[in-house]
Design a protein around this ligand. Sequence first.
Ligand code: FAD
Length: 403
Amino acid sequence: GLLGNKGWTPAWREPAPKAEYDAIIIGGGGHGLSTAYYLAKNHGLRNIAVLEKGYLGGGNVGRNTTIVRANYFLKGNQEFYSHSLKLWEGLEAELNYNVMHSQRGLINLFHSDGQRDAFARRGNSMINQGDDAILLDREGVREHLPYLDFEQTRFPIYGGLLHPRGGTARHDAVAWGYARGADRLGVDLIQNCEVTGIDIENGKVVGVQTSRGAIKAKKVGIVVAGRSSQVAAMAGMRLPIESHILQAFVTEGLKPVIHHVISFGMGHFYMSQSDKGGLVFGGDLDFYASYAARGNLPMVEHVMEAGMTLMPMIGRAKVLRSWGGIMDMSPDGSPIIDKTHIDGLYLDCGWNYGGFKAVPASGWCMAHLMATDQSHEVARRFRLDRFRTGHLLDEEGTGSQHN
Ligand code: FAD
Protein backbone atom coordinates (compact mmCIF):
# COMPACT_ATOMS: atom_id res chain seq x y z
CA GLY A 1 0.00 0.00 0.00
CA LEU A 2 2.79 2.45 0.89
CA LEU A 3 4.27 1.85 -2.55
CA GLY A 4 0.98 2.75 -4.20
CA ASN A 5 0.40 -0.91 -5.05
CA LYS A 6 3.04 -0.70 -7.78
CA GLY A 7 4.95 -3.76 -8.88
CA TRP A 8 2.69 -6.31 -7.19
CA THR A 9 2.23 -9.48 -9.15
CA PRO A 10 -1.08 -11.38 -9.09
CA ALA A 11 -1.13 -14.32 -6.68
CA TRP A 12 -2.65 -16.59 -9.33
CA ARG A 13 -3.25 -16.65 -13.10
CA GLU A 14 -6.58 -15.77 -14.75
CA PRO A 15 -6.74 -18.54 -17.38
CA ALA A 16 -9.50 -18.93 -19.93
CA PRO A 17 -11.36 -22.22 -19.52
CA LYS A 18 -9.98 -25.11 -21.60
CA ALA A 19 -12.29 -27.35 -23.59
CA GLU A 20 -11.63 -30.35 -21.34
CA TYR A 21 -10.22 -31.23 -17.92
CA ASP A 22 -9.52 -34.48 -16.10
CA ALA A 23 -11.31 -33.08 -13.06
CA ILE A 24 -13.54 -30.08 -12.43
CA ILE A 25 -14.34 -28.73 -8.98
CA ILE A 26 -17.49 -26.62 -8.87
CA GLY A 27 -17.09 -23.94 -6.19
CA GLY A 28 -14.10 -21.77 -5.29
CA GLY A 29 -14.63 -21.65 -1.54
CA GLY A 30 -12.34 -23.14 1.09
CA HIS A 31 -13.37 -26.73 0.37
CA GLY A 32 -13.21 -26.47 -3.41
CA LEU A 33 -9.79 -24.81 -3.39
CA SER A 34 -8.32 -27.27 -0.89
CA THR A 35 -9.75 -30.19 -2.90
CA ALA A 36 -8.03 -28.89 -6.04
CA TYR A 37 -4.78 -28.28 -4.15
CA TYR A 38 -4.63 -31.82 -2.71
CA LEU A 39 -5.74 -33.43 -5.98
CA ALA A 40 -2.68 -31.85 -7.57
CA LYS A 41 -0.31 -32.19 -4.61
CA ASN A 42 -1.20 -35.62 -3.21
CA HIS A 43 -2.45 -37.37 -6.33
CA GLY A 44 -0.44 -35.78 -9.12
CA LEU A 45 -3.43 -34.64 -11.21
CA ARG A 46 -2.58 -31.47 -13.10
CA ASN A 47 -5.36 -30.95 -15.64
CA ILE A 48 -7.85 -29.58 -13.09
CA ALA A 49 -10.12 -26.54 -12.98
CA VAL A 50 -11.99 -24.85 -10.15
CA LEU A 51 -15.10 -23.09 -11.53
CA GLU A 52 -16.35 -20.26 -9.33
CA LYS A 53 -19.46 -18.30 -10.18
CA GLY A 54 -18.29 -15.16 -8.37
CA TYR A 55 -14.80 -14.49 -7.03
CA LEU A 56 -12.60 -16.91 -5.08
CA GLY A 57 -13.35 -16.79 -1.38
CA GLY A 58 -16.51 -14.68 -1.79
CA GLY A 59 -18.74 -17.30 -0.13
CA ASN A 60 -18.81 -18.64 3.39
CA VAL A 61 -15.08 -19.13 3.59
CA GLY A 62 -14.82 -15.34 3.78
CA ARG A 63 -17.89 -14.87 5.99
CA ASN A 64 -17.34 -17.15 8.95
CA THR A 65 -16.23 -16.48 12.51
CA THR A 66 -13.03 -18.48 11.95
CA ILE A 67 -13.17 -20.98 14.81
CA VAL A 68 -10.86 -23.94 14.36
CA ARG A 69 -11.16 -26.85 16.81
CA ALA A 70 -11.10 -30.62 17.17
CA ASN A 71 -13.46 -31.17 20.09
CA TYR A 72 -15.94 -33.59 18.58
CA PHE A 73 -17.36 -36.54 20.50
CA LEU A 74 -18.62 -39.06 17.98
CA LYS A 75 -16.51 -41.63 16.23
CA GLY A 76 -16.58 -40.62 12.60
CA ASN A 77 -16.36 -36.91 13.36
CA GLN A 78 -13.52 -37.21 15.86
CA GLU A 79 -10.86 -38.69 13.63
CA PHE A 80 -11.80 -36.36 10.77
CA TYR A 81 -11.54 -33.12 12.77
CA SER A 82 -8.44 -34.39 14.54
CA HIS A 83 -6.82 -34.92 11.13
CA SER A 84 -7.98 -31.46 10.07
CA LEU A 85 -6.43 -29.77 13.11
CA LYS A 86 -3.11 -31.48 12.42
CA LEU A 87 -3.24 -30.17 8.85
CA TRP A 88 -4.02 -26.69 10.21
CA GLU A 89 -0.96 -26.89 12.43
CA GLY A 90 1.26 -27.36 9.38
CA LEU A 91 -0.73 -25.24 6.94
CA GLU A 92 1.37 -22.09 6.94
CA ALA A 93 4.52 -24.09 6.21
CA GLU A 94 2.66 -26.21 3.64
CA LEU A 95 1.34 -23.22 1.70
CA ASN A 96 4.08 -20.75 2.61
CA TYR A 97 1.24 -18.36 3.44
CA ASN A 98 0.41 -16.59 6.68
CA VAL A 99 -3.09 -17.79 7.55
CA MET A 100 -2.76 -16.36 11.07
CA HIS A 101 -3.64 -19.66 12.71
CA SER A 102 -3.86 -18.75 16.38
CA GLN A 103 -4.22 -21.58 18.91
CA ARG A 104 -5.44 -19.34 21.67
CA GLY A 105 -7.59 -21.95 23.39
CA LEU A 106 -11.33 -22.52 23.22
CA ILE A 107 -13.52 -22.70 26.33
CA ASN A 108 -17.01 -24.24 26.17
CA LEU A 109 -18.89 -23.16 29.29
CA PHE A 110 -21.27 -25.41 31.19
CA HIS A 111 -24.07 -24.39 33.49
CA SER A 112 -25.47 -27.54 35.15
CA ASP A 113 -24.34 -30.89 36.57
CA GLY A 114 -25.72 -32.70 33.54
CA GLN A 115 -23.80 -30.46 31.16
CA ARG A 116 -20.64 -30.97 33.21
CA ASP A 117 -21.01 -34.75 32.79
CA ALA A 118 -21.49 -34.38 29.05
CA PHE A 119 -18.39 -32.18 28.74
CA ALA A 120 -16.33 -34.49 30.95
CA ARG A 121 -17.20 -37.37 28.61
CA ARG A 122 -16.43 -35.25 25.58
CA GLY A 123 -13.07 -34.22 27.07
CA ASN A 124 -12.16 -37.85 27.78
CA SER A 125 -13.04 -38.92 24.29
CA MET A 126 -11.01 -36.02 22.82
CA ILE A 127 -8.00 -37.15 24.86
CA ASN A 128 -8.52 -40.74 23.70
CA GLN A 129 -8.44 -39.48 20.14
CA GLY A 130 -5.07 -37.84 20.85
CA ASP A 131 -6.33 -34.27 21.10
CA ASP A 132 -6.26 -32.08 24.19
CA ALA A 133 -8.93 -31.15 26.74
CA ILE A 134 -8.91 -29.79 30.29
CA LEU A 135 -12.03 -29.71 32.48
CA LEU A 136 -12.14 -26.41 34.41
CA ASP A 137 -14.27 -25.78 37.48
CA ARG A 138 -15.87 -22.40 38.14
CA GLU A 139 -12.71 -20.96 39.68
CA GLY A 140 -10.65 -22.32 36.81
CA VAL A 141 -12.90 -20.50 34.36
CA ARG A 142 -12.68 -17.32 36.44
CA GLU A 143 -8.87 -17.40 36.18
CA HIS A 144 -9.06 -17.46 32.38
CA LEU A 145 -12.19 -15.33 31.85
CA PRO A 146 -12.51 -12.98 34.83
CA TYR A 147 -14.84 -10.63 32.96
CA LEU A 148 -17.76 -13.09 32.71
CA ASP A 149 -20.77 -12.44 34.92
CA PHE A 150 -20.25 -14.98 37.70
CA GLU A 151 -22.97 -13.38 39.85
CA GLN A 152 -25.93 -13.91 37.52
CA THR A 153 -28.13 -16.70 38.82
CA ARG A 154 -30.25 -17.56 35.80
CA PHE A 155 -27.46 -19.49 34.04
CA PRO A 156 -24.75 -19.89 36.71
CA ILE A 157 -21.31 -20.78 35.36
CA TYR A 158 -20.32 -24.20 36.71
CA GLY A 159 -17.12 -24.56 34.69
CA GLY A 160 -15.81 -25.05 31.19
CA LEU A 161 -14.05 -27.46 28.87
CA LEU A 162 -10.78 -25.94 27.69
CA HIS A 163 -9.42 -27.13 24.34
CA PRO A 164 -5.96 -25.50 24.31
CA ARG A 165 -5.22 -26.27 20.64
CA GLY A 166 -8.51 -24.72 19.52
CA GLY A 167 -8.48 -21.16 18.19
CA THR A 168 -8.97 -19.10 15.06
CA ALA A 169 -7.41 -18.40 11.64
CA ARG A 170 -7.66 -15.61 9.08
CA HIS A 171 -10.41 -16.97 6.84
CA ASP A 172 -9.69 -15.12 3.57
CA ALA A 173 -6.02 -15.98 3.83
CA VAL A 174 -6.93 -19.67 3.92
CA ALA A 175 -8.75 -19.32 0.59
CA TRP A 176 -5.94 -17.23 -0.90
CA GLY A 177 -3.23 -19.58 0.36
CA TYR A 178 -4.89 -22.66 -1.14
CA ALA A 179 -5.67 -20.76 -4.34
CA ARG A 180 -2.07 -19.69 -4.83
CA GLY A 181 -0.82 -23.17 -3.94
CA ALA A 182 -3.21 -24.84 -6.40
CA ASP A 183 -2.38 -22.34 -9.15
CA ARG A 184 1.33 -23.01 -8.75
CA LEU A 185 0.62 -26.72 -9.21
CA GLY A 186 -1.06 -25.92 -12.52
CA VAL A 187 -4.72 -25.84 -11.46
CA ASP A 188 -6.85 -23.42 -13.52
CA LEU A 189 -8.86 -21.17 -11.17
CA ILE A 190 -11.69 -19.75 -13.25
CA GLN A 191 -13.70 -16.95 -11.68
CA ASN A 192 -16.99 -15.50 -12.92
CA CYS A 193 -17.85 -18.91 -14.32
CA GLU A 194 -21.18 -20.22 -13.08
CA VAL A 195 -22.05 -23.85 -13.63
CA THR A 196 -25.54 -23.98 -15.07
CA GLY A 197 -25.84 -27.65 -16.00
CA ILE A 198 -24.19 -31.03 -15.50
CA ASP A 199 -23.84 -33.23 -18.58
CA ILE A 200 -24.48 -36.92 -18.02
CA GLU A 201 -24.38 -39.69 -20.63
CA ASN A 202 -25.26 -43.33 -19.89
CA GLY A 203 -25.02 -42.78 -16.13
CA LYS A 204 -21.61 -41.13 -16.36
CA VAL A 205 -20.66 -37.48 -16.01
CA VAL A 206 -19.06 -36.06 -19.15
CA GLY A 207 -18.84 -32.34 -18.42
CA VAL A 208 -20.60 -29.18 -17.32
CA GLN A 209 -22.43 -26.26 -18.90
CA THR A 210 -21.25 -22.88 -17.67
CA SER A 211 -21.84 -19.18 -18.21
CA ARG A 212 -18.57 -19.32 -20.22
CA GLY A 213 -19.53 -22.30 -22.36
CA ALA A 214 -19.50 -26.08 -22.14
CA ILE A 215 -16.47 -27.80 -20.58
CA LYS A 216 -15.83 -31.53 -20.75
CA ALA A 217 -14.57 -33.42 -17.72
CA LYS A 218 -13.98 -37.02 -16.66
CA LYS A 219 -14.71 -36.24 -13.01
CA VAL A 220 -16.75 -33.48 -11.40
CA GLY A 221 -16.88 -32.55 -7.72
CA ILE A 222 -19.79 -30.49 -6.37
CA VAL A 223 -18.30 -28.36 -3.57
CA VAL A 224 -20.67 -25.40 -3.38
CA ALA A 225 -21.68 -25.26 0.32
CA GLY A 226 -24.98 -23.29 0.61
CA ARG A 227 -25.86 -23.93 -3.06
CA SER A 228 -25.48 -27.73 -2.88
CA SER A 229 -29.17 -28.54 -3.41
CA GLN A 230 -29.38 -26.27 -6.45
CA VAL A 231 -26.27 -27.64 -8.13
CA ALA A 232 -27.07 -31.29 -7.33
CA ALA A 233 -30.52 -30.71 -8.85
CA MET A 234 -28.71 -30.08 -12.17
CA ALA A 235 -27.80 -33.78 -12.01
CA GLY A 236 -31.35 -34.73 -11.08
CA MET A 237 -30.52 -35.31 -7.42
CA ARG A 238 -32.56 -34.22 -4.41
CA LEU A 239 -30.23 -33.78 -1.43
CA PRO A 240 -31.04 -34.06 2.27
CA ILE A 241 -29.86 -30.44 2.66
CA GLU A 242 -31.68 -27.26 3.67
CA SER A 243 -30.10 -23.85 3.21
CA HIS A 244 -30.36 -21.42 6.13
CA ILE A 245 -28.70 -18.14 7.02
CA LEU A 246 -26.16 -17.79 9.80
CA GLN A 247 -25.29 -14.28 10.91
CA ALA A 248 -22.14 -12.87 12.48
CA PHE A 249 -21.19 -9.55 14.03
CA VAL A 250 -18.07 -7.50 14.65
CA THR A 251 -17.51 -4.52 16.93
CA GLU A 252 -15.15 -1.57 16.66
CA GLY A 253 -11.52 -2.41 17.41
CA LEU A 254 -10.66 -2.62 21.11
CA LYS A 255 -7.43 -3.27 22.98
CA PRO A 256 -6.86 -6.98 23.64
CA VAL A 257 -9.44 -8.10 26.18
CA ILE A 258 -10.69 -11.54 25.11
CA HIS A 259 -7.79 -13.94 24.75
CA HIS A 260 -9.72 -17.15 24.03
CA VAL A 261 -12.62 -18.36 21.97
CA ILE A 262 -15.61 -18.65 24.33
CA SER A 263 -18.93 -20.36 23.84
CA PHE A 264 -21.95 -20.03 26.08
CA GLY A 265 -23.56 -23.34 27.08
CA MET A 266 -27.09 -22.06 27.74
CA GLY A 267 -27.78 -19.89 24.73
CA HIS A 268 -26.44 -19.50 21.27
CA PHE A 269 -23.51 -17.18 21.63
CA TYR A 270 -19.79 -17.44 21.02
CA MET A 271 -17.03 -14.86 20.73
CA SER A 272 -13.38 -14.23 20.02
CA GLN A 273 -11.35 -11.09 19.39
CA SER A 274 -9.74 -10.58 16.02
CA ASP A 275 -6.13 -9.46 15.67
CA LYS A 276 -7.48 -6.08 14.54
CA GLY A 277 -9.25 -5.81 17.90
CA GLY A 278 -12.87 -6.34 16.84
CA LEU A 279 -15.02 -8.61 18.96
CA VAL A 280 -16.28 -11.24 16.53
CA PHE A 281 -19.41 -13.08 17.61
CA GLY A 282 -22.44 -14.98 16.51
CA GLY A 283 -25.23 -17.31 17.54
CA ASP A 284 -27.80 -19.58 15.98
CA LEU A 285 -29.33 -19.83 12.50
CA ASP A 286 -32.16 -17.72 11.21
CA PHE A 287 -34.64 -20.57 11.31
CA TYR A 288 -36.34 -20.20 7.92
CA ALA A 289 -34.74 -21.62 4.78
CA SER A 290 -33.33 -18.90 2.50
CA TYR A 291 -30.75 -18.15 -0.18
CA ALA A 292 -30.46 -14.47 0.78
CA ALA A 293 -27.00 -13.92 2.24
CA ARG A 294 -28.31 -11.64 4.97
CA GLY A 295 -30.10 -12.29 8.23
CA ASN A 296 -33.02 -10.87 10.12
CA LEU A 297 -33.58 -8.87 13.30
CA PRO A 298 -35.04 -11.47 15.73
CA MET A 299 -31.77 -13.42 15.64
CA VAL A 300 -29.78 -10.20 16.13
CA GLU A 301 -31.76 -9.57 19.31
CA HIS A 302 -31.31 -13.16 20.48
CA VAL A 303 -27.54 -13.07 20.01
CA MET A 304 -27.15 -9.70 21.75
CA GLU A 305 -29.25 -10.90 24.71
CA ALA A 306 -27.18 -14.05 25.12
CA GLY A 307 -23.95 -12.06 24.92
CA MET A 308 -25.09 -9.50 27.47
CA THR A 309 -26.18 -12.29 29.83
CA LEU A 310 -22.75 -13.85 29.72
CA MET A 311 -20.48 -10.78 29.66
CA PRO A 312 -22.33 -7.53 30.28
CA MET A 313 -19.17 -5.51 29.61
CA ILE A 314 -19.63 -5.97 25.85
CA GLY A 315 -22.65 -3.68 26.03
CA ARG A 316 -20.16 -0.79 25.88
CA ALA A 317 -18.73 -1.88 22.52
CA LYS A 318 -20.24 -0.56 19.28
CA VAL A 319 -21.22 -3.13 16.67
CA LEU A 320 -19.76 -2.05 13.34
CA ARG A 321 -21.04 -4.68 10.94
CA SER A 322 -23.17 -7.79 10.67
CA TRP A 323 -23.55 -10.16 7.74
CA GLY A 324 -24.92 -13.56 6.84
CA GLY A 325 -23.84 -16.65 4.96
CA ILE A 326 -25.86 -19.49 3.41
CA MET A 327 -25.34 -22.72 5.35
CA ASP A 328 -25.81 -26.20 3.89
CA MET A 329 -27.62 -27.85 6.81
CA SER A 330 -27.83 -31.66 6.84
CA PRO A 331 -30.45 -33.44 9.01
CA ASP A 332 -27.89 -34.81 11.51
CA GLY A 333 -25.54 -31.82 11.41
CA SER A 334 -22.66 -33.81 9.91
CA PRO A 335 -21.19 -33.50 6.42
CA ILE A 336 -21.28 -35.62 3.27
CA ILE A 337 -18.15 -36.54 1.29
CA ASP A 338 -19.25 -39.27 -1.07
CA LYS A 339 -19.70 -40.59 -4.57
CA THR A 340 -23.11 -40.17 -6.14
CA HIS A 341 -25.07 -42.73 -8.18
CA ILE A 342 -23.67 -41.00 -11.28
CA ASP A 343 -20.26 -42.29 -12.30
CA GLY A 344 -17.58 -39.62 -11.89
CA LEU A 345 -19.81 -37.22 -9.95
CA TYR A 346 -18.78 -36.56 -6.32
CA LEU A 347 -20.33 -34.56 -3.53
CA ASP A 348 -18.81 -32.57 -0.66
CA CYS A 349 -21.43 -30.69 1.36
CA GLY A 350 -23.49 -30.52 4.56
CA TRP A 351 -20.94 -28.47 6.51
CA ASN A 352 -23.61 -26.72 8.52
CA TYR A 353 -22.26 -24.05 10.86
CA GLY A 354 -18.84 -25.63 11.14
CA GLY A 355 -17.11 -26.17 7.83
CA PHE A 356 -14.28 -23.65 8.15
CA LYS A 357 -12.26 -25.82 10.52
CA ALA A 358 -12.84 -28.69 8.10
CA VAL A 359 -11.33 -26.95 5.06
CA PRO A 360 -7.97 -28.80 5.09
CA ALA A 361 -9.32 -32.29 5.84
CA SER A 362 -12.34 -31.93 3.58
CA GLY A 363 -10.09 -31.08 0.63
CA TRP A 364 -7.71 -33.87 1.59
CA CYS A 365 -10.50 -36.47 1.75
CA MET A 366 -12.49 -35.21 -1.25
CA ALA A 367 -9.29 -35.29 -3.33
CA HIS A 368 -8.65 -38.85 -2.14
CA LEU A 369 -12.20 -39.84 -3.09
CA MET A 370 -12.06 -38.21 -6.53
CA ALA A 371 -8.63 -39.66 -7.32
CA THR A 372 -9.13 -43.21 -6.04
CA ASP A 373 -12.92 -43.68 -5.98
CA GLN A 374 -12.52 -44.81 -2.35
CA SER A 375 -13.51 -42.91 0.79
CA HIS A 376 -10.58 -41.77 2.87
CA GLU A 377 -10.50 -43.63 6.19
CA VAL A 378 -11.15 -40.51 8.30
CA ALA A 379 -14.19 -39.57 6.20
CA ARG A 380 -15.72 -42.97 5.64
CA ARG A 381 -18.80 -42.26 7.78
CA PHE A 382 -19.73 -39.12 5.83
CA ARG A 383 -21.91 -41.14 3.50
CA LEU A 384 -24.87 -39.83 1.59
CA ASP A 385 -26.87 -43.01 2.15
CA ARG A 386 -26.79 -42.70 5.97
CA PHE A 387 -30.06 -40.79 5.81
CA ARG A 388 -31.60 -43.89 4.21
CA THR A 389 -29.81 -46.52 6.32
CA GLY A 390 -30.16 -44.62 9.61
CA HIS A 391 -26.41 -44.56 10.44
CA LEU A 392 -26.60 -40.93 11.49
CA LEU A 393 -23.84 -38.84 13.06
CA ASP A 394 -25.86 -36.63 15.39
CA GLU A 395 -23.10 -34.66 17.11
CA GLU A 396 -25.51 -31.98 18.29
CA GLY A 397 -27.46 -34.61 20.20
CA THR A 398 -24.35 -35.08 22.37
CA GLY A 399 -24.40 -31.43 23.47
CA SER A 400 -21.83 -30.05 21.02
CA GLN A 401 -20.88 -26.51 20.14
CA HIS A 402 -22.05 -25.17 16.78
CA ASN A 403 -19.32 -23.25 15.01
P1 FAD B 1 -18.09 -21.23 0.22
O1 FAD B 1 -16.98 -20.27 0.51
O2 FAD B 1 -19.49 -20.73 0.33
O3 FAD B 1 -17.80 -21.83 -1.22
C1 FAD B 1 -18.76 -22.32 -2.12
C2 FAD B 1 -18.56 -21.62 -3.44
O4 FAD B 1 -19.35 -22.22 -4.44
C3 FAD B 1 -18.97 -20.15 -3.38
O5 FAD B 1 -17.86 -19.32 -3.63
C4 FAD B 1 -20.05 -20.03 -4.46
O6 FAD B 1 -20.03 -18.81 -5.16
C5 FAD B 1 -19.70 -21.21 -5.36
N1 FAD B 1 -20.83 -21.66 -6.19
C6 FAD B 1 -22.11 -21.88 -5.78
N2 FAD B 1 -22.85 -22.27 -6.83
C7 FAD B 1 -22.03 -22.30 -7.91
C8 FAD B 1 -22.22 -22.61 -9.28
N3 FAD B 1 -23.41 -22.97 -9.76
N4 FAD B 1 -21.14 -22.52 -10.11
C9 FAD B 1 -19.92 -22.16 -9.66
N5 FAD B 1 -19.69 -21.84 -8.36
C10 FAD B 1 -20.74 -21.92 -7.50
N6 FAD B 1 -17.20 -22.82 10.35
C11 FAD B 1 -16.26 -23.07 11.31
O7 FAD B 1 -15.61 -24.12 11.27
N7 FAD B 1 -16.02 -22.18 12.31
C12 FAD B 1 -16.74 -21.04 12.45
O8 FAD B 1 -16.49 -20.25 13.37
C13 FAD B 1 -17.75 -20.78 11.49
N8 FAD B 1 -18.51 -19.66 11.62
C14 FAD B 1 -19.40 -19.34 10.64
C15 FAD B 1 -20.06 -18.11 10.74
C16 FAD B 1 -20.89 -17.68 9.70
C17 FAD B 1 -21.60 -16.37 9.84
C18 FAD B 1 -21.04 -18.50 8.55
C19 FAD B 1 -21.90 -18.03 7.41
C20 FAD B 1 -20.40 -19.74 8.47
C21 FAD B 1 -19.58 -20.17 9.51
N9 FAD B 1 -18.88 -21.39 9.45
C22 FAD B 1 -17.94 -21.69 10.42
C23 FAD B 1 -19.13 -22.36 8.38
C24 FAD B 1 -18.13 -22.29 7.22
O9 FAD B 1 -17.90 -20.95 6.85
C25 FAD B 1 -18.69 -23.09 6.03
O10 FAD B 1 -19.12 -24.37 6.46
C26 FAD B 1 -17.64 -23.30 4.93
O11 FAD B 1 -16.98 -22.09 4.62
C27 FAD B 1 -18.35 -23.85 3.68
O12 FAD B 1 -17.46 -24.34 2.72
P2 FAD B 1 -16.76 -23.40 1.60
O13 FAD B 1 -15.72 -22.56 2.25
O14 FAD B 1 -16.28 -24.26 0.52
O15 FAD B 1 -18.00 -22.52 1.15
